[in-house]
Each structure stands twice: as structure tokens, then as C-alpha cells.
Ligand binder design. Structure first.
Ligand code: SF4
Length: 329
């Protein structure tokens, strides 16, 4: 490791290989690095926390749900393929990291961005737009590609030796994998699977919430789990697809109505409001019963609201009706 530098950096840390490399490379050059993960309901921190722990990286996690939801309204640079406003998102994250500089006693910002790697946010023009949006363009250093980018203050003022930085570009992973080997990094998550805003089905569910002005904490946290059905403008039904969904729905849903089959095992159902109109309520029950595929056409459902329990006899919904209400691609 090089001589310790008096300059310190905050790193945007996603948990992916590029962000691990950026942190490790700068640490090897002697910089103190504070990796930060910005969490939202659609960008949960578990993957980054595990990746940091496996690589001996001390991670700071900050929740930025409120700020991020604002940029989802009308992102300056629009959306990617689905609900992912990547340029605005990176701009926001750099701005928030910039606002943490004084708090952490750091001087500049780094990330694992690689020039030309992502079609939307890592083109040269997009990287400039990210910098401008953040208000901290002058303090950004991208260690993996900085040799190919314009100099910023940390380089002009020789806090960082540009020649010690890298010139990786493009979508290939060969150089990153070689670098990982050199730095002794043998755990990193696969590139896919981080941000749910790049998932077609999740994006549809999110759009539905946005359209109905229901972007509150409970609804957002439930969005990751189960099948979702829009019953009316104020109410949805969610049905778990597996044990994990069922457990998460049970732990996240606080104000709605729970459904369980009385006489057979099956998924958990959750109506997201506590006073649905009669039509939506019986629709919810019959859709719920549809997902007990081996059950007879009629049966009993236990309804749980807070401490209260009751039972209802229902008829199975037909598939055409189920599909009409199902929010899916
Ligand atoms: S993929 Fe998600 S987290 Fe990553 S920049 Fe795009 S919107 Fe932000």
C-alpha cells in the first residue's frame, strides 16, 4: 500500500464488482475511503451489505427514499427501459454524498462507474450530466476510467495522481476480473439483480401506485413481494407466491386485511385497505381462492383484521377475471 494520503473520499457503493474495485484501488493508493450505500424500497441494501462484509469494507447505509421518490415524478433526463431514471439517480446520489463531505471530513467523491459500460448513465455525455445535476462535478473522480475523463479538482490540485488511476472503458469485464484477482477480491454479486426499477413487472406495479397516489412507506415496501391486483382506486390485493413472500407480506402489512384458507394450506392474502367496498371485497376473496388451485370451487376463508377474526364462504374466481385485475407484464 502507498503512503497514507491526507485526503479522504466518499465512495458511492452499490456492492457490485466495479464499486468494490474503486474502493480497494483508492485504499491501495493510500486514501481513506468511506463507502456509502443509498437505500430505497426498490434498491434494498442487503446485497451491498453482504458484498461489503465479504470484502472487509465498512459500509455506511443511508435511506434516501423520500428524495428518490421525488425524482421519479419527472426526472430531468427521463427513464431508461423501465422506471429507472439512471442519470437523475446518479446525480442525486452524488449530490447527497457531496452533502456528507463535511460530516465525514472527506474531500472528494468516487464511484465505480466505467466509461461506456451502461447505455444510459455511463456514456461520456451522461457522466457529465450526472456531474452537473449533482452540483459536485468538480469533485468527482472515477478511478476505473479517470485516465479517459476530464480532470477535476482532486487531480488538478494533485490530491490524486492521475497516472495512478485506470483507463477501463466499455462493456467487457476482462480487465475488471483481472483487477479483482490482483486485489484479492473473490466475492462479488452478479451484475444483474440490484435495482428493481430495471425490472419490468416491478416497474408496472410502481407505476400503478404512482398513478393512484399511493407511494407511501407500506405500499412501497410491499411492492417487492407477491402478486398484485388493483381492485379499485384505493385498494389492492396482494397474494404471496412462496413462503418468503408470505412472511414478508405478514411483516410489512399493518393496516389492511389478511386472508388465509381455513381448511387447506396456501398463500397469504392481503387487502391493502381496511374498509374496501363490498364489490372489491368479494372480488378479492374470490381471486384469493383462485390461487388455491387444488381446492374445490368453493371454500372458507379466514379474515384477520387486527385482533378480529371472521370467516367467509367464497366461490373461486374465473381466470379471465383474475387476469383483468392482475398488475403484470
Ligand atoms: S439502476 Fe437503479 S439504482 Fe442504478 S442508477 Fe439506475 S435507477 Fe439508480
Amino acid at each position: 500500500m502507498n503512503k497514507e494520503s491526507k485526503h479522504k473520499a466518499i465512495a458511492l457503493f452499490s456492492g457490485g464488482l466495479d464499486s468494490i474495485l474503486a474502493v480497494k484501488w483508492m485504499q491501495r493508493l493510500g486514501f481513506t475511503v468511506y463507502p456509502v450505500f443509498f437505500a430505497t424500497p426498490y434498491l434494498p441494501p442487503e446485497r451491498a451489505i453482504e458484498s461489503a462484509a465479504m470484502n472487509g469494507i465498512k459500509l455506511i447505509v443511508r435511506d434516501i427514499s423520500a428524495e428518490h421518490l421525488q425524482i421519479l415524478e419527472t426526472p430531468v433526463y427521463g427513464f431508461g427501459k423501465y422506471m429507472n431514471p439512471c442519470i437523475d439517480c446518479h446525480g442525486l446520489m452524488f449530490r447527497l454524498a457531496g452533502e456528507m463531505l463535511a460530516e465525514l471530513g472527506a474531500d472528494f467523491l468516487i464511484s465505480g462507474e466505467v466509461l461506456g459500460q451502461r447505455p444510459m448513465s455511463q456514456r461520456r455525455e451522461a457522466m457529465n450530466q450526472v456531474g452537473k445535476l449533482s452540483g459536485y462535478k468538480y469533485l468527482l473522480v472515477r478511478p476505473l476510467s479517470q485516465m479517459l475523463l476530464d480532470d477535476t479538482l482532486p487531480i488538478r490540485d494533485a490530491w490524486v495522481d492521475k497516472n495512478a488511476l485506470l483507463d477501463i472503458s466499455g462493456r467487457g469485464r476482462t480487465r475488471q476480473l483481472a483487477l479483482a484477482k490482483e486485489l484479492g477480491i473473490d466475492f462479488f454479486p452478479s451484475p444483474a439483480g440490484g435495482c428493481l426499477l430495471t425490472d419490468a413487472s416491478y416497474s408496472l406495479r410502481l407505476k400503478d401506485l404512482q398513478k393512484h397516489n399511493q407511494l407511501d412507506n407500506e405500499n412501497l415496501h410491499l411492492l417487492r413481494y407477491g402478486r398484485h391486483f388493483r381492485l379499485n382506486p384505493t385498494c389492492k390485493l396482494i397474494i404471496g407466491r412462496d413462503r418468503e413472500d408470505n412472511a414478508n407480506i405478514e411483516s410489512q402489512g399493518k393496516r389492511g386485511i389478511y386472508l388465509d384458507a381455513r381448511d387447506i394450506t396456501g398463500p397469504v392474502g392481503y387487502i391493502t385497505c381496511c374498509e374496501p367496498d363490498e364489490e372489491s371485497y368479494s372480488l378479492a376473496l374470490s381471486i384469493f381462492w383462485f390461487y388455491h388451485r387444488k381446492a374445490p370451487d368453493q371454500g372458507y376463508i379466514v379474515i384477520r383484521t387486527g385482533d378480529k377474526r371472521s370467516e367467509s364462504f367464497v366461490n373461486k374466481c374465473d381466470e379471465t377475471t383474475v387476469n383483468k385485475y392482475y398488475i403484470t407484464t
